[in-house]
Ligand binder design. Sequence first.
Ligand code: NAD
Length: 246
Amino acid sequence: MELSGKTALVTGASRGIGRQIAIELAKAGASVAINYKTDEAGAIETLHAVRQANRYGITIMADVSDYESVRQMLDDIIQKLGKIDILVNNAGISHIGLFIDTDINLWGNIMNTNLKGTMNCCHAVLRHMLPRQSGSIINISSIWGNVGAACEAVYSASKGGINAFTKALAKELGACGIRVNAIAPGAIDTDMNKWMSAEDKQITLDQIPMKRLGKCSEVSALAVFLASEKSSYITGQIIAADGGIF
Ligand code: NAD
């Protein structure tokens, strides 16, 4: 299997895209650390699926927006799994509403979870990847980080920041054997899009050339590719999985 012997951390893996990525990395042969913030039951469900794939997994609690919590998580993973080869920064939150009506504390939450959370995990994992001169970091961005979405201004800014951070970090780490890429999903069928009314969904579908929402498995397949040696000469890229929107 293409990820045999590899160890991965997936943040926010208690449901949705993160859960599917954790499961597919396991099916490709990796041992997986399943991060969650509060949804332990969801993380345990992910763990059961990892075990069904006959792979080793652990659940691990940490709030990605808190550096100390992230540093502790990485130390625990190294102690339990021995090393870390793959980091998937998937944890994220969104908010729908006009920017003018958005509470200042909410901006902080979105930026701290999405952008600072990604930076926290990258910084903490590099303490373990740099000495080994090896690793693949995959940041889950969004197409709105490229083009901006009305009523998701702060979310778009956080994902645009992830895109710039991904490209910059890839340049710093290119000669160190560590690749850094991002996946920019379009509209994927998860809890994050449960707010959509039938009318909102139709407006979204009208913008998608493939005329359907994406599946988590259509994002996780890309994550497995970017984690594996099949993508060994790819770094600093923001790759869309969006049914043709962007
Ligand atoms: P989701 O809401 O189903 O899952 C998000 C996960 O992140 C949850 O498990 C949640 O508990 C976790 N999380 C939130 N804050 C956290 C924190 N501080 N620390 C640790 N975990 C935390 O959403 P999803 O659709 O599966 O989204 C996953 C990622 O994909 C996000 O980064 C999101 O921005 C991105 N994305 C989603 C879509 C989409 O249409 N669903 C599109 C583009 C990008």
